[in-house]
Design a protein around this ligand. Structure first.
Ligand SMILES: [Zn+2]
Length: 237
């Protein structure tokens, strides 16, 4: 279930994707609630509470979304961080009882690159993280798979043996589905991110399974469909 933390813009389409448009790129920031018979988990935790440096005018709504879904923060046993960008870790400290799983390589990279940032100190460095490397089954039916490129330790999540895929920021805009080779300026390794899309998107399209992409509209849940030389986004609702 998607939990929209906020919607905002931090740059133009030209700045983000190098396309010929100075329109602002307005995007949603979703976290996902995964509930099984024996597990309540959250994948990514949004931009977080105010005040903050990133998107200082955009209020984060994740606690309200969670309440509307009938879940108290202390009921969340597991938090999975696909990567450690500012917009994916913001509400980490809300889940004081949860095991928080992150990737070791990502932590090392962000410690170097963002170690002095307030968000990183409060929502990442101050917490006890359960670090994984490579592929890992972290709970029954919840498998983390390396999806490096967007960040050096970015991971995707396979739910229920591949019945659904939470892809994090494998693609952040429909343009990156239409052209899997299109770089996004915040990708740490753009060619690796592009190669991953080229390999992964055909498989997901052929499988026809539901996927989550945290910055796509309306709520980042949909299917990948083949369209021309590339792929298209088919929202679930
Ligand atoms: Zn993101």
């Amino acid at each position: 279930m998607p939990l929209r933390d906020t919607e905002a813009s931090f740059g133009t389409m030209r700045e983000a994707f190098g396309v010929d448009s100075d329109e602002p790129w307005v995007l949603p920031f979703h976290a996902y609630l995964v509930r099984g018979a024996r597990l309540t988990a959250i994948v990514d935790t949004g931009v977080g509470p105010l005040p903050r440096e990133f998107l200082p005018d955009a209020e984060g709504h994740l606690p309200g979304r969670l309440a509307a879904a009938g879940v108290r923060p202390e009921e969340v046993e597991l938090v999975v961080l696909t990567h450690l960008h500012v917009d994916h870790v913001g509400w980490n400290t809300l889940f004081g009882r949860a095991r928080i799983v992150a990737n070791r390589v990502d932590l090392e990279y962000f410690r170097e690159a963002r170690g002095d940032r307030e968000y990183f100190r409060r929502e990442v460095a101050a917490l006890e993280l359960d670090l994984v490397e490579g592929e890992a089954e972290i709970a029954p039916g919840l498998r983390l798979v390396p999806a490096y490129g967007h960040t050096p330790g970015h991971m995707r999540v396979e739910v229920g043996g591949g019945a659904a895929h939470l892809l994090g920021d494998v693609a952040v805009h429909e343009l990156q589905l239409a052209d899997p080779g299109l770089a996004y300026s915040a990708e740490v390794d753009a060619s690796r991110a592009a190669a991953l899309r080229a390999e992964l998107l055909p498989r997901l399209a052929d499988a026809g399974v539901p996927v989550a992409l945290g910055h796509l509209s309306p709520d980042g849940l949909g299917r990948i469909r083949r369209a021309g030389d590339g792929f298209a986004w088919e929202p679930l609702r």
